[in-house]
Design a protein around this ligand. Structure first.
Ligand SMILES: [Zn+2]
Length: 206
């Protein structure tokens, strides 16, 4: 029976408060978090370890403000592509250093990119040369970001949000207990050892 249990992990009030504090300031000390939300130090330590083990906390990092760096040009690019070209295209775009974010979308466009370059010249080069030479892109348009009003990183979380795991190999939801492996310093979730092995074989070819 145990293996058939749906893996449904919900976030509670303590998780949410910890995540909100850390999303605001990742350098907060455990003891300050404990004091702020009124729980013990070991509770905070355990919760943060659990949230990290579950992959909810991906990493502690630094956010650089692109607006502070002179000469950065950021742009949103909307791409229409055939569904059959999507996978190949995403792989190619992921490897381009100018591309900072990629979203697969449903609607008038199948992909939205956020790109960052050093000048309008470089943006022109990217849009009118590089992208136009990529096979599988049917059409695209772009907007230049002139001012950022609000930009939140991470995700908003609420009490009772349910965690969701997808297999890193076949991309479909994991309903039982995930098979976890650490590969090249990252933590990956799979349905089974088979999916993990297949994943390792796939990345070894890239
Ligand atoms: Zn799988």
């Amino acid at each position: 029976m145990k293996n058939n249990l749906l893996l449904m992990i919900k976030l509670d009030n303590i998780d949410i408060q910890i995540l909100e504090l850390l999303q605001d300031d990742g350098r907060l000390m455990y003891k300050d978090i404990a004091k702020r939300i009124g729980v013990s130090l070991p509770t905070v330590k355990n919760r943060i370890k659990r949230l990290s083990d579950l992959g909810v906390i991906k990493k502690f990092t630094v956010i650089i403000d692109p607006e502070k760096i002179l000469g950065k040009v950021r742009s949103l690019i909307y791409i229409q592509t055939e569904p059959s070209s999507l996978e190949e295209l995403v792989k190619l775009l992921s490897n381009m250093k100018e591309v900072r974010e990629i979203f697969i979308t449903a609607g008038s466009y199948s992909l939205v990119l956020k790109v960052e370059v050093r000048s309008l010249n470089e943006l022109g080069e990217l849009i009118y040369k590089k992208l136009s030479e990529i096979k599988g892109i049917n059409s695209y348009s772009h907007l230049i970001i002139t001012k950022v009003i609000k930009e939140e990183f991470g995700a908003s979380v609420e009490v009772n949000d349910t965690l969701f795991f997808k297999c890193d190999f076949c991309n479909s939801p994991i309903l039982g207990k995930p098979y976890i492996e650490f590969i090249r310093g990252g933590k990956y979730y799979f349905h089974s050892k088979d999916c993990a092995e297949a994943y390792k074989e796939r990345i070894s070819k890239n």
